[in-house]
Design a protein. Structure first.
Length: 168
């Protein structure tokens, strides 16, 4: 199997990751669903006799990403991890000095999947110990939201508090 088509399939899965909303379970579910769907689709496509592994992987990746993102989005809604204000997105991570993130990797904005989708540029999320890169992706804003506020640090009472990304 060639590496470039696999990366394209994975990129397609990441595109769909943001189409379900903004929350950690939504994105994790979409990425995991896309990867598992691509693998399953490639196996089924390759074993179908016509050696259609690439087409199967592409279809499986997209379907898996949508299904995984939808399931993760449901969990985000149940857990309250879809943020609609800075107060909701404020974490308990507080530091005296903001740790500098590594330089962001290069990324390519892909074609808009639907007219209502908004491009969210890649950003570093901070988990209290390290920065984790969240690739740029398309998202359909939650009802009533018009702008995505990128994660940031806010100085409060002598320390910096980490604020996750949220829609407003």
């Amino acid at each position: 199997m060639k590496t470039k088509p696999i990366l394209s399939i994975f990129a397609a899965a990441l595109i769909c990751a943001g189409c379900e909303g903004n929350g950690p379970n939504t994105q994790n579910g979409a990425v995991a669903g896309g990867a598992l769907g691509a693998l399953t689709g490639a196996i089924i496509g390759n074993n179908s006799g016509g050696h259609n592994g690439l087409a199967g992987a592409a279809i499986g990746g997209v379907v898996g990403a949508i299904a995984g993102g939808t399931i993760g989005n449901s969990i985000d809604h149940q857990n309250g991890t879809l943020y609609h204000s800075e107060a909701e997105a404020t974490t308990n991570v507080a530091v005296e000095a903001v740790p500098p993130p590594p330089p962001p990797p290069a990324e390519l904005q892909t074609a808009q999947p639907t007219p209502s989708a908004v491009w969210i540029y890649g950003y570093y999320d901070y988990d209290g110990a390290q920065y984790l890169w969240v690739p740029g992706h398309w998202e359909i804003p939650p009802p009533g939201a018009v702008q995505f506020v990128r994660p940031h640090w806010r100085y409060r009472g002598g320390t910096y508090v980490y604020i996750r990304g949220y829609w407003r």
